[in-house]
Design a binder for this molecule. Structure first.
Ligand SMILES: Cc1cc2nc3c(=O)[nH]c(=O)nc-3n(C[C@H](O)[C@H](O)[C@H](O)COP(=O)(O)OP(=O)(O)OC[C@H]3O[C@@H](n4cnc5c(N)ncnc54)[C@H](O)[C@@H]3O)c2cc1C
Length: 378
């Protein structure tokens, strides 16, 4: 019997494997991954300094232990290079493998920063444990870090680095951090709290070039402003890994497109996690991939189960001023009603009849999250 083959050992791949084993201990499952297959929780990368953890300390069970615990075959340092959807085979860097069902849990790539200059190749991005090990090596003994991008990941790294005593500059195209998720008052409060910790903001700006200097890097912004840094970290966003699927004739849009059963446009090939676009939605967070893993495990073990997302708030790990946000649905009517207190902001997105559609809470107001979730569920 050809196995279920999962490609990717991130939270998506491993959570699916665990969910399959909760339901079925016998079906052969093989997990193939381009990395070393060590289990880790990616969200921990952006607050590891504050947590006092090195990259090595963030690594959990090895691939070998995961394979033994979950009764699976795990192939590490093996890259899938092509999918033969007719013959139900994958080509890998070490040979061909057959699959009964194939699950693509390939994650996403950092968006190229596009900066010019001879220092551009030294700009780092952190999207997995080995990137993080390289980043920690680079900042060791250094002081000045420039972060490109003031979205969720950029803000979290800025908080973690500033808290650890680094001098942090953040270059952000928007006029306030997380501008696609937060109303201006909430974003500004987050920016002010990080500024109080020492973060220097450069709003409405992008980086133009990075040159090496005698003692680090010289970053020129699009308005001619210059920032001096020891390390440059790009956190301008991720884009789903779709190339493998696209080359195999599987339909892709922003991500690998699936319906609610997570099946792609090709039979017996599924996609989940950061690489997937489920019914038009790319949700690159942990909670959606957990919901997907439970549903797909049921489907793959014989109970066809469509994904049904509950309301899933996004928590931003900025202890200087935490944020909890549940964005309203795309194109929702109505607007934000914002109440600013001394220690936090409560912004409610309501429609014309006053019905709650989403929220953005900061600081002490994040404590209202559960009550608002109940109101939304009702
Ligand atoms: C710094 C940071 C902080 C975050 N914080 C939060 C947070 O607080 N809350 C939250 O909800 N989300 C957070 N996220 C997002 C969350 O971590 C991701 O949504 C999630 O980890 C994605 O898991 P994944 O398994 O889909 O992808 P990945 O973890 O990227 O795994 C992809 C896997 O596919 C493998 N792979 C890729 N291509 C191939 C190939 N061709 N052949 C073989 N193997 C291949 C890779 O080696 C890897 O094992 C954060 C993300 C980052 C970067």
């Amino acid at each position: 019997m050809s196995p279920i083959v999962i490609v990717g050992s991130g939270l998506a791949g491993y959570t699916l494997l665990k969910e399959i084993r909760k339901r079925d201990t016998a079906t052969p499952v093989m997990l193939v991954t381009a990395d070393d297959g060590a289990f880790y929780s990616k969200p921990n990368l952006s607050n590891a300094l504050t947590a006092g953890k090195t990259a090595a300390a963030l690594a959990g069970a090895s691939a070998e232990n995961m394979a033994a615990d979950l009764n699976a075959t795990i192939l590490t340092h093996v890259r899938v290079t092509a999918i033969d959807t007719q013959g139900q085979r994958i080509c890998t860097s070490t040979g061909e493998l057959e699959y009964g069902k194939l699950v693509l849990a390939l994650g996403a790539d950092p968006i190229p920063h596009g900066l010019a200059g001879e220092g551009a190749a030294s700009v780092l991005a952190v999207n997995d444990l080995s990137d993080y090990a390289a980043f920690r090596g680079a900042i060791d003994g250094k002081r000045r870090i420039t972060v490109l991008g003031g979205g969720l990941i950029g803000c979290e790294f800025a908080n973690d680095l500033a808290h650890a005593g680094f001098a942090v500059d953040v270059v952000h195209l928007g006029e306030w951090p997380l501008e696609r998720l937060l109303p201006v008052e909430a974003g500004q409060r987050l920016a002010d709290s990080l500024a109080a910790l020492g973060v220097a903001w450069h709003f409405g700006r992008t980086g133009k070039s990075v040159e090496r200097t005698a003692d680090g890097y010289r970053i020129e912004l699009d308005n001619g402003e210059i920032i001096a840094a020891d390390v440059v970290l790009s956190a301008i966003g991720l884009r789903p890994r779709t190339q493998l699927a696209q080359a195999a004739g599987i339909r892709v849009g922003r991500g690998i497109q699936t319906g609610r059963l997570l099946e792609t446009s090709v039979s017996n090939v599924y996609a989940m996690g950061d690489c997937a676009e489920v019914e038009g939605l790319s949700l690159p967070y942990v909670q959606p991939l957990m919901v997907q893993a439970r549903a797909l495990a049921a489907t793959l073990t014989g109970t066809s189960t469509p994904v049904a997302y509950p309301a899933m708030p996004v928590m931003v790990k900025t202890p200087a001023h935490p944020v909890a946000v549940l964005p309203p649905k795309l194109g929702a009517a109505g607007g934000w009603k914002v109440a600013c207190g001394d220690t936090g902001i409560c912004a409610l997105h309501v429609d014309d009849s006053g019905r709650l559609q989403g929220f953005a809470l900061t600081g002490s107001e994040t404590g209202r999250r559960n009550t608002l979730m109940k109101e939304l569920a009702a």
